[in-house]
Design a protein around this ligand. Structure first.
Ligand SMILES: *Cc1c(COP(=O)(O)O)cnc(C)c1O
Length: 369
């Protein structure tokens, strides 16, 4: 059986380093907001080519803290993709603002910039483009709209560590970005973790306070903050993992290239499209088939684990049932959610496993016609 994602094999590559990192944290006697987090923040800022990185507890907190720091709240609207993981929307709802969904481009599954203008109202404050599945959204078009309409841009980079748009790192393209280091992401901790990147010193400073009870000086609280800090141990683990990110992304790209080359002769199997301006980091390799459920079942019988990212779009979730009718129809997003299937693409997959996935998909698609 080829699992959809083999997190155990990914992390066991560095068993020794993780033990040493744990020892270093134990020996330091310091567990929260210390040298490890400071060092990781500096290293990740350098990696993303930005001036500031602030570690937080998870990706959702990263997004909502930025919105909070911008004083976005009740009465405000924030444009989000209709096709995303629900966390993007929840970040907006958590600060009391309203998520306003915009449909994706069917080729890349990312937000379609041409449809953003129609969603902008006098209440709109920000746009959150998601670099979905590991490919950057069209940031040039989005930044243009934002500057014309005086909106902030918050990149949701939770799936795209290391991806490029026209040669520039995601996380450095908007006014700020939120990253997740959830274990399954391209850069994953050994638990929950996240970060914000930005070139705005004032914003970084405010988020440093917000993540720590609104405090800049111990026991002095100028603003009502939260407790969503990145801890020393996860920072130490992430510092061990960051140096592997580029080679892991390269391995993912190698597997993606093989999949695309060897699965492209089936008219009913839609393969991912990589834009000319994009360096894709293949967090997920997502295909589309009108017979998705049968394909997934058959692949399981043939020994290949797959997943659906995601089976139900946010606007059809119970969590948004109260405002669902305000959104209008989201036919593109609904079609995507019915047809998509993610194939295994972990960086520790062997060539044999990749070949086995390819022959299983070829067999299953041929049988289904
Ligand atoms: C994973 C993810 C998040 C949330 O990250 P957590 O660390 O799980 O809170 C946000 N947005 C997208 C697109 C994600 O994939």
């Amino acid at each position: 059986m080829i699992p959809f994602l083999d997190l155990k094999s990914i992390n066991l590559r560095q068993r020794e380093q993780f033990h040493l990192a744990l020892d270093a944290v134990l020996d330091s006697g310091w567990l929260i907001l210390g040298q490890q987090t400071e060092a990781f923040e500096a290293e990740f800022a350098k990696y993303c080519n930005v001036k500031h990185c602030v570690g937080v507890a998870n990706g959702l907190d990263a997004l909502s803290l930025v919105l909070k720091a911008w004083d976005i709240g009740p009465g405000d609207e924030v444009i989000v993709p209709s096709n995303t993981y629900i966390a993007t929307w929840l970040a907006v709802s958590q600060v009391g603002a309203r998520p306003v969904p915009v449909e994706p481009d069917l080729k890349t599954y990312n937000i379609n910039p041409e449809m953003i203008n129609a969603a902008i109202t006098p209440q709109t404050r920000a746009i959150i483009p998601v670099h979905l599945y590991g490919q950057s959204a069209n940031m040039e078009a989005i930044m243009k709209i934002a500057s014309d309409c005086n909106l902030k841009v918050l990149e949701d980079a939770a799936q795209a560590h290391g991806a490029l748009f026209n040669g520039a790192k995601v996380g450095s393209l908007g006014d700020a970005a939120g990253f997740s280091f959830y274990p399954g992401k391209n850069l994953g901790a050994l638990g929950d973790a996240g970060a914000i990147t930005t070139n705005d010193a004032e914003l970084a400073d405010k988020i440093r306070a917000l993540r720590n009870y609104g405090s800049r000086i111990k026991y002095q609280h100028e603003i009502q903050g939260y407790n969503c800090r990145l801890d020393e141990l996860q920072s130490a683990f992430l510092r061990e993992k960051l140096p592997l990110l580029e080679s892991d992304n390269a391995r993912r790209a190698e597997i993606a290239k093989k999949y695309i080359l060897q699965l492209r002769d089936f008219p009913h199997l839609v393969l991912p499209v990589v834009e000319g301006w994009s360096k894709h980091v293949w967090h997920l390799f997502v295909v589309r088939s009108p017979k998705r459920d049968m394909l997934q079942r058959r692949l399981l019988e043939l020994g290949v684990g797959t997943m659906i990212h995601y089976p139900i779009p946010p606007h059809m979730q119970g969590a948004y049932s109260d405002i669902k009718n305000d959104f209008g129809l989201m036919p593109k997003s609904e079609l995507i959610h019915k047809e998509i299937l993610s194939l295994p693409i972990g960086p520790t997959m062997s060539d044999e496993e990749v070949d086995k996935v390819i022959s299983a998909v070829r067999q299953a698609v041929s049988e289904l016609g």
